[in-house]
Write a new protein. Sequence first.
Length: 257
Amino acid sequence: MKKHKKLILYAAGGLVVLVVVIRLVAGNGATRVKPRTGPIVEAIYALGTVKSDSVYTLKMGIPATIRRLSVSEGQPVAKGMQLAVTESGAAFFAPFAGTVTRLHCEEGEVVITGQPVLTMMDLGRTYIQVSLDQNAALRVRRGQKAELSVETMRGARLSGTVESIYPSGGQFLARIGVAKMPAEVLPDMTADVAIEVARRDEALMIPVIAVKDGVVALRREGKAASATPALGAIDGAWAEVTDGSVKASDEIVMPRE
């Protein structure tokens, strides 16, 4: 008796799915589209921040009084140029050529151990840092291509490459190198980043919005049908079908809005 009830339930469930598909396909005003064949690129989108590859912060190893600050904020400095002198006569010099980006104290001020005195960085050696969620981090790999647009330079498109991906302080960070970073792009600026995680040169695609709970309603050889396609690359609007469950000759029935 129980087995008989189960069979009835399964049959009823299948009938409901079939009725829904038939209504979608046969309903008046239903929009149908043909599957698309061609290239598809799937990308992960994120907001990145410009970082300098060379950053130096001068800190005191012992408490000291700053007698002289030899540089000012925004000043370019050469390697070996004097940066600051303490009351004891200790002098500190630039470890590389760069620009002073911040003075953390004033002349005559007493600084304690570990307190920053100034920060300098090389503005010509920059990269893009992107924070990813866990799902995105699982798909990003070293060597993948990336396209970037800096918010203040909307017309310019920059090309980059993922150089590394690593965890840091509970985040998943990707470092993207840009071969020709414009000189006007400075550290702490932001950029829209698209990392290419999948590309197919010849794929059969269906509209993403046609997939409802994993099922696609369609017409095949003039008859109502349905498919549960396995999806590959997704570019936002179209999804690659990887298992052959949808044919190029099918008509995809779009759900009503």
